[in-house]
Write a protein that binds this ligand. Structure first.
Ligand SMILES: Cc1cc2nc3c(=O)[nH]c(=O)nc-3n(C[C@H](O)[C@H](O)[C@H](O)COP(=O)(O)O)c2cc1C
Length: 326
């Protein structure tokens, strides 16, 4: 009961950052927090097996890094061995306000190892994992899953009920099946079927890219809130603007290109501080298409940026964008 009350506090904004491996690192979480004071942040997925190795003295601890203002924040773990998941949960309790279990990742390597969305085919094991993770922490425990493994196995309602019975305090559901990967559209209306059958809060996820899609998703899914993934990349203000809209009805403008270029520079500088210049410059390449889209010659600029290794040249290319007014 106490954990259920805690969850309500963590999700008050009705908006969360969906976990994205290789994307939602310390830097992007900090950047989003600047513009979104109370949304629920989530880390990248942290493998419980990797964590066991780290705890045995291996490096890689920047994945846990957290500032005080990152709360409320969920740390997401993946795995399929209850004892290892319990250990991960014990360890992460020092950072996390909530521990989230990945039951939706569609990637081959992950599902072959029985992690991620493979757990939707093994509700018994998924139940054991929820119980084990709860044993390891006094924080609320959440699960994130999809509509099902394939279109013929859309078991999200029974699965969600089982996770609630196992003790899960919160659900995020991506409105696609594993077989869809990221193709087609997220089916927000189907999420309402789950919402009717569970008492714990449910956040809907998939294809929320602006305030209007967030509002439409809430209307169709009847969910308690929404989780935003790719839409937040390249616009760190989006989560804050959605939560502001849900509180006030006011639609704040998307930042223009000049402001996005400034945010991108800050993102790059902070990654350099975290990872060192040469690694950070390469790491940032995946972000350019998100920040720099929707203007003439955007593609040409992105091509130049992804081939560029020199920091000053990158900054000069971004500064040149000030001349373009969008
Ligand atoms: C690059 C990338 C990495 C992702 N990594 C994770 C992950 O680690 N854990 C997870 O539960 N989902 C992961 N997802 C799925 C997202 O959390 C989200 O469910 C999905 O992208 C749909 O939401 P969106 O349309 O708002 O992006 C990832 C998605 C992307 C694009």
């Amino acid at each position: 009961m106490e954990r259920q009350t805690k969850v309500q506090n963590l999700i008050q904004s009705r908006v969360s950052l969906a976990p994205m491996a290789g994307i939602t690192d310390y830097v992007i979480r900090s950047l989003i927090r600047r513009y979104s004071p109370d949304v629920l942040l989530t880390t990248e997925m942290i493998s419980s097996e990797f964590l066991a190795q780290t705890l045995n003295g291996r490096s890689g601890t920047e994945i846990f890094k957290k500032d005080d203002n990152h709360s409320p924040i969920a740390y997401q773990i993946s795995g399929h061995k209850p004892q290892m998941m319990k250990k991960a949960s014990e360890f992460l309790t020092q950072y996390a306000d909530m521990i989230d279990i990945n039951m939706g990742c569609p990637v081959n390597k992950v599902v072959k190892g029985q992690d991620g969305c493979a757990l939707m085919r093994n509700p018994q094991l998924a139940t054991e994992l929820v119980k084990a993770v709860k044993d390891g922490t006094d924080k609320p425990v959440s699960v994130k899953f999809r509509l099902g493994y394939t279109f013929d196995e859309m078991n999200f309602v029974e699965f969600g009920v089982k996770m609630q019975e196992a003790g899960a305090n919160f659900i995020t559901i991506h409105g696609r099946t594993r077989s869809q990967m990221y193709a087609g559209n997220a089916d927000w209306a189907r999420i309402s079927e789950l919402k009717k059958e569970v008492d714990i809060p449910v956040f809907a996820n998939g294809d929320i890219i602006d305030i209007d899609s967030a509002a439409r998703c809430l209307e169709l899914s009847h969910a308690d809130g929404i989780a935003v993934g790719r839409g937040a990349i390249g616009d760190p203000t989006l989560l804050g603007r959605i939560s502001h809209y849900l509180k006030t009805g006011e639609k704040l403008e998307k930042p223009n290109l000049e402001i996005r270029a400034e945010m991108l520079k800050k993102h790059l500088d902070d990654e350099i501080e975290l990872r060192g210049e040469s690694v950070a410059i390469k790491f940032m390449r995946k972000f350019y298409p998100y920040y720099l889209a929707g203007f003439q010659n955007a593609k040409t600029l992105r091509t130049k940026l992804v081939l560029e290794d020199d920091y000053n040249t990158i900054i000069k290319l971004l500064d040149d964008l000030k001349a373009i007014k969008i």
